[in-house]
Each structure stands twice: as C-alpha cells, then as structure tokens.
Ligand binder design. Structure first.
Ligand SMILES: Cc1cc2nc3c(=O)[nH]c(=O)nc-3n(C[C@H](O)[C@H](O)[C@H](O)COP(=O)(O)OP(=O)(O)OC[C@H]3O[C@@H](n4cnc5c(N)ncnc54)[C@H](O)[C@@H]3O)c2cc1C
Length: 454
C-alpha cells in the first residue's frame, strides 16, 4: 500500500539560514507524493504509526517552521503544476507553483499579484502559510489579500474549499497558519494590471527620524516603498517607486537604469562574500550609503523592484558559509516609533552590526497569526554561528527587548520565541490553537517551531 514510502531514509533537515547546520541528528523522512491519493495514504500511515507530518514549500523560511525532527516532511513538488487564468481573469494555481513561475506567466500580460515578497523562488502554499508581505503591503496588506479561495486537505482526510465566506475559521487559521491546519492544494487569486516600468526615487536620510518622515510623506502617491537603515550610524535611504506610463513625459525625461551585467554581478558577489566572511558589516553599510546620491530619480523595470535586482537574488547562505544567519523582523506601531531609537541604541551597545536592515510600512491584514499590522517593520540580519554562544546571548537580549515591548516578530524568520512570548505578541494564538484542535484532534500536523512554543 505504501510502496512509495519504501526505502525512504531519513535525511538531514537544512534551513535557509544555515543555523544549526551541523546538527546531523536533525533528520526527517522527506516524501514527495504525486497526487491526493498518495497524500491521503501518508496521512493514514502517519496516524497508525503515531508520526507527525509537516508539508513544506521551497523551505525558504529561515528556521524551524520548516522542520519536523524524526517525523515526515511532505513536499508537493511532484504534484501536477497548474497555472492559468480563468474566464473571469482570476489566476488559478496549484500550491506548489512558485512566484517566479507566476511572475513569468503574468508579466507578458502586464499583470501581477499584490504583495510580492523580495524573493520569488517560493511557493504559493508557503506564501499563504506565512501570509507574506511585499513592498506594496502598505497599500494592499498581505499575500492573503490576493486570495479568492483555496482548497485544503484537512487531517481527517476531507478536502474543503475556504474563503472569507465559506469555512471561514479554517480560512483565517490557515492563512499564516504555518502548515499546521491542513495542506493547501489549489488556490484562486486576484491579479492587478500594471505597466512594466516604475520610476524610483532615492532619498538619503541623515537619521532614523527623517527616514520615517520620508517613508510616510505622500505615501499614497507611490506603489512600492522600502528602505534600508545603517544600524551603526542610524542613517539610511528610502526608495519610493510608482508605475509609469510609457507615453508619459516623465518616462521620456528620465534615464532607464541599466541592469547589472554578469561581470559586474560576479564582482559584487566576490566583494560581498569577502566582507561577509569577515563580518565587516559596518563597512558594507558605510559604503552603501556613500555610493548613493542625496536624491535621484530613475526608471526601472518592475522586475528590479520585485526582486530588488540580481544582487538580492545572490545566494546569501552560500556566501557566508560556514557561518549562518539570524534574522529578526518585528513590527512597530507608528505611535510607538520611539522604540526604534532605543532598539538602535541597544544594537550599538551590544556591538551587533547588521548586514541588511530593511524597513517597510504595513497595514493590518487578515489571518490569526498574520505578522502584518498598522506600522513599520524592521528586519535585521546578523551573521552568527550556531556555536557562538556569546553572540547568540546578545541577539537574545535584542529579541527580549522586542518582546518586552509586545511587538510582533515575524514567525517565518523567528529563532528564539517560546510559549509565553508567542501568547504575548500574538493575541490570537489561542484562537488559532482552538481551530487546530477542532480539525486536527491527533495533532497530526506538527513542526519543530510548534514544539518549541508549546
Ligand atoms: C532572500 C529572502 C527574502 C525574503 N523576503 C521576504 C519578504 O520580503 N517578505 C516576506 O513576507 N517574506 C520574505 N521571505 C520569507 C519567505 O517569503 C517565506 O518564508 C515564504 O513562506 C517561503 O516560502 P516557501 O515556499 O519556501 O515555503 P516554506 O518555507 O517551505 O514553508 C513556509 C510555511 O508554509 C507551510 N507550507 C508550505 N507549503 C504548504 C502547503 N501546500 N500547505 C500548507 N502549508 C504549507 C510550511 O509548513 C511552513 O510553515 C524571504 C525569504 C528569503 C529567503
């Protein structure tokens, strides 16, 4: 009956961040079912053997939300891939399709999805289960806002269609539900019409206060806003983009930004790897600020905004090998913005320099465990080895400061939360667990993240 499970040997679980990379005992059975029948058989098998199951996408979440030590990890890679527009111009996709594939499909039609994150090699299933956000999230919320409906396989073997109107509690729990409610199968999404070019303004800001002011100034006139802050010096750059019509005078007046050619890309990659291996983050941040103009305007292809150019697509974990990353992304309501000042002070005091510190604006969105809320998010990226106890204890201090202030930490990139923390910063966590209990009495769907916070 379970012939496709034969000879499946447990394999080491690897995280995108490479954190814990040397723990060879961190193993699971990785299974690639081809269809629903096989998926249901795995459910049955796991129930009889009292095994836990976790479904993953491309495992581009940073830590243990994508691991299930000693259990079964399901990947839908071998399922049929579907990607098409229906008669009402809604995008119908299977959950294993990546955003890159969707981008390639929609871009020639001058269409896109709302709220695309800064990295496209991730699946629709993963995007829903973390309810990801993008540079336009201040306008459109989160990935969930694209969803018209989806089908989900529940632990009891039933497939349900869910939307804001049908099976609502499953819908709101599965959005941002970290794969713990059911396995998302097919999804219907809204698309929006766009032009293929944007005009981007760079604003250099002398300190974080100015940066926040610039971010919020006339924000509704723009389609994408994101920024970078130098955590050591407190200064940064804001990037604001809006779609532009090819016949407009603005398009004719401004220069089109050239893309990096492969040679430049290689040089940047080499330069970055040398700096990152030596953890010279402060220097990197310094250079980045210096080479940017005080104010500039340029025209870019939308692809560069969505993926922040080839530089962002560089495989960061390989560059820092044998080190690993830790990232903390948290959200500050606008009225509590003074916390940012203290946070930057604390980073300095602990002598922690971050590689990329991005700031984005958000608005409240749906889903019990959704990260996005009204306010700004800060994500800091620190090179840190799993064995570096001293650095980890410093990072934990930063983490505790955020929790003490009851600020939400993004679960897709969390490393340190525990049970009391999650209840404090995600007030709907109990509600989420109640839905899980209702539809997954045996706790069939599980992850190491859930183990950590339970
Ligand atoms: C370089 C980089 C940049 C990033 N930038 C952003 C950003 O700008 N904004 C942002 O929001 N995030 C960002 N992320 C995080 C990333 O977008 C999310 O972690 C995303 O969910 C990863 O998708 P995945 O397909 O790899 O899913 P995985 O990481 O494999 O899984 C994510 C979660 O979804 C669940 N899951 C996956 N498939 C299914 C399914 N079919 N049914 C049910 N559950 C499922 C898993 O159990 C897991 O809990 C970034 C990540 C990287 C590596």
């Amino acid at each position: 009956m379970l012939d496709f499970l034969n000879n499946v040997k447990p394999k080491t679980i690897k995280y995108y961040s490479r954190f814990n990379i040397n723990d060879k005992k961190n193993k699971a059975h990785h299974i690639y079912p081809k269809n629903i029948t096989e998926l249901k058989k795995i459910f049955k098998y796991a129930k009889t053997k009292k095994q836990k199951i976790l479904c993953v996408g491309n495992s581009k979440s940073w830590f243990d939300t994508v691991s299930n030590r000693h259990g079964i990890i399901i990947n839908l890679k071998k399922f049929n891939r579907q990607i098409k527009l229906n008669r009402s111009k809604n995008l119908c996709v299977s959950s294993n399709v990546t955003l890159e594939e969707i981008y390639q499909f929609l871009n020639p039609l001058n269409l896109t999805l709302y709220n695309l994150p800064g990295y496209l090699n991730i699946t629709v299933g993963g995007c829903i289960s973390n309810n990801v956000h993008g540079k336009d999230s201040f306008k459109f919320g989160t990935f969930a806002e694209n969803i018209i409906d989806f089908t989900i396989l529940l632990p009891n073997g039933k497939i349900k269609k869910c939307s804001k109107m049908i099976n609502k509690e499953i819908f709101y729990a599965a959005i941002g539900g970290l794969g713990l409610i059911g396995i998302i199968l097919n999804v219907k999404l809204n698309v929006k019409k766009i032009t293929s070019y944007v005009i981007t303004e760079n604003h250099k800001c002398k300190d974080y206060k100015q940066l926040i002011d610039v971010i919020y100034q006339d924000k509704d006139k723009y389609d994408y806003i994101y920024s970078w802050v130098d955590t050591v010096r407190g200064r940064g750059i804001v990037f604001k983009s809006k779609h532009i019509n090819l016949n407009s005078t603005e398009f004719k007046k401004n220069k089109i930004k050239k893309n990096l050619n492969n040679l430049k890309h290689l040089i940047i990659k080499f330069f970055l790897s040398q700096i990152m291996k030596r953890d010279f983050m402060s220097f990197l941040n310094y250079i980045f600020f210096i080479i940017n103009k005080r104010f500039s305007k340029k025209i870019e292809n939308i692809k560069d905004i969505v993926e922040l150019s080839k530089v962002n697509a560089i495989d960061l974990p390989n560059l820092i090998y044998p080190n690993s990353f830790v990232e903390i992304q948290f959200i500050i309501p606008k009225k509590k913005i003074r916390i940012l000042k203290n946070f930057l002070k604390l980073l300095k005091k602990e002598n922690l320099s971050a590689l990329i510190t991005g700031i984005k604006i958000h608005k409240k969105s749906i889903g019990y465990l959704t990260f996005a809320d009204e306010g700004i998010s800060i994500s800091i990226n620190i090179i840190c080895n799993y064995n570096d106890k001293d650095k980890i204890s410093k990072i934990k201090k930063i983490n505790n400061y955020i929790i003490k202030n009851k600020l939400k930490i993004y679960l897709a990139k969390d490393f340190f939360l525990d049970k009391s923390d999650i209840n404090l910063i995600y007030p709907n966590f109990k509600k989420f667990l109640n839905v899980k209990k209702k539809f997954d009495k045996q706790d069939l769907l599980y992850s190491d993240f859930l183990r950590r916070i339970s």
